[in-house]
Design a protein around this ligand. Structure first.
Ligand code: UT7
Length: 339
């Protein structure tokens, strides 16, 4: 890396985990009033993984983090960022405990709460820390355990969400080398905060002193409106980013979007003029894993060898907040670590 060039964040390792319990569409309770046929045709999801009782976000983040460090060939990192909206506790953050359990010493470690956009936001924070010399190597993890907050009577959320964790190691490098994160686009619109979220458990509710209802702790979503926003925000953000980094849509080799609904991903690809065959899909097997979604998809393709070094990868995500973000990456040579 030449001294006069800006330091880029370069993807050096990737790891992921999903909990062992598979829940197929047919396994979902009859009381939900849904069907395998409806879920497959309206979302593309065939199954998801739900954590067993006693498994928290930090446990999954730990395993994904271990695998990413192994994939990078070194456990030397000087920062940990954990994107999650289902932390182990409201306080303290989960990241310091994960860092300690990974044996990383006293590195700075913090949680980032931007729901399904979390991994892209966390990557951008890692890139910023690397660009400014605050860190040389950062472990970025996206992990969520939304099964702990699903309303068993709500078929809008119960059919979509799954649990999982994905992680990446990014290191200081050259903007031109394979693996470089070459640009980001981020955004938010808090006026849409009512469309998806968990109403209870925060200071907004606790400050009222009113007794909590069980449903306050559940995730709710106004699905149709979120669908429209997801399409608009992910396509808009992706277009802005492509322009910023000077990539034409036809030069993009793979499109890795937040895995919430295959119809959303195909619509965004169509709007961007990216062929549907270049859209990475793993939601059929894992559902919507929120902050883990993008790194789980990246881990999937790393293991399959579908991506080749130097290829252009466009990543984009959207989630509660509302928040959204996109990142442009050239693919590195990576060693997958699956167990
Ligand atoms: O990760 C954060 C971002 N999240 C997302 O991006 C998710 C975005 N939203 C979606 O993916 C979709 O809106 C859903 C999958 C949640 C819902 O699909 P939809 O095609 O938008 O359904 P809808 O809400 O417009 O409902 C259409 C019909 C309704 O019945 P009627 O009124 O037409 O008789 C619903 O009651 O489908 C019914 N319905 C269901 N039926 C069986 C809604 N959910 C279900 C279900 N099973 N799970």
């Amino acid at each position: 890396m030449s001294a006069e060039r800006a330091r880029a964040a370069v993807l050096a390792g990737i790891g992921a985990m999903v909990p062992p319990r598979v829940v197929t569409n047919d396994d979902l309770p009859d009381s939900l009033g849904t069907s395998d046929e409806w879920i497959r045709t309206r979302t593309g999801i065939q199954q998801r993984h739900w954590a067993d009782p006693g498994t928290a976000t930090g446990d999954m983040a730990l395993i994904a983090g271990e695998r990413a460090l192994k994939s990078a060939g070194s456990s030397a990192v000087d920062m940990v960022i954990l994107a999650t909206s289902t932390p182990d506790h409201p306080c303290p953050a989960t990241a310091p405990e994960v860092a300690a359990r990974l044996g990383l010493g006293v590195v700075p470690a913090y949680d980032m709460s931007v729901a399904c956009s979390g991994f892209i936001y966390a990557l951008s924070a890692a890139a910023g820390a690397i660009a400014t010399g605050i860190a040389d190597r950062v472990l970025v993890i996206g992990a969520d355990t939304w099964s702990t907050r699903l309303n068993p009577d709500d078929r809008i959320t119960a059919v979509i969400f799954g649990d999982g964790a994905g992680a990446a190691v990014v290191r200081a490098g050259d903007p031109d080398e394979p693996g470089a994160l070459v640009g980001f686009d981020l955004g938010s619109d808090g006026s849409g905060k009512e469309l998806v979220g968990v109403p209870g458990g925060g200071s907004r509710q606790l400050s009222t002193g009113e007794p909590a209802r069980k449903t306050d702790d559940y995730l709710y979503m106004r699905g149709k409106e979120i669908f429209t926003h997801a399409v608009d925000r992910m396509s808009g953000s992706s277009s802005r980013l492509l322009e910023r980094v000077g990539w034409s849509a036809s030069s993009v080799d793979w499109f890795v979007g937040h895995q919430a609904n295959v119809r959303i991903l195909h619509t965004v690809a169509d709007l961007l003029d990216v062929d549907r065959s270049q859209v990475v899909i793993n939601l059929d097997r894992v559902g919507n894993t929120s902050a883990a979604s993008i790194p789980l998809a990246l881990s999937d393709v790393t293991g399959s060898g579908r991506f080749t070094p130097g290829q252009r990868i466009l990543m984009t995500a959207f989630g509660a907040g509302l928040t959204w973000g996109s990142a442009a990456l050239t693919w590195p040579s990576l060693t997958p670590v699956l167990t």
